[in-house]
Design a protein around this ligand. Structure first.
Ligand code: AMP
Ligand code: ZN
Length: 115
């Protein structure tokens, strides 16, 4: 996908220190961390958001969850707790139209939503 920031990061066109990489997934630190640990996990495959996933992506989405669990251990937030979330389309405030999951933790996260 041309002109997709996260495709360019995932394929190495834009340099980035990955905290995790395999054939399907990369993870790196969010450039504007909202908590002591704030990672982004995303598939190398371009998918605009959760709304564009299909049955063919079920294994990939499951793997992202599993990698998140392992990264939570690696970043020592597995015992204290963490949040894994994806923003989907306009009302969520999704800024980058390439599906990604925020793994956030390292302090008390408080209420999930702000009215
Ligand atoms: P969202 O609002 O869910 O689309 O989140 C996009 C996230 O990507 C934000 O938390 C940004 O801080 C983060 N972000 C944008 N550009 C970069 C970048 N070059 N490297 C790391 N994180 C980024
Ligand atoms: Zn993309």
């Amino acid at each position: 996908m041309e002109d997709c920031l996260f495709c360019k990061i995932a394929n190495g066109e834009i340099s980035c220190d990955f905290v995790y990489e395999d054939e399907d997934i990369v993870a790196f630190k969010d450039i504007h961390p909202r908590a002591p640990v704030h990672l982004l996990l995303l598939p190398k495959k371009h998918i605009a958001s959760l709304a564009e996933t299909t049955e063919a992506d079920i294994a990939l989405l499951g793997k992202i969850n599993f990698v998140a669990q392992k990264l939570a251990e690696q970043f020592n937030i597995d015992q204290s707790g963490y949040r894994l979330l994806t923003n989907c389309r306009g009302d969520s405030g999704q800024e980058v139209p390439h599906i990604h999951y925020h793994l956030i933790g390292g302090h008390f996260l408080g209420a999930f939503t702000e009215e």
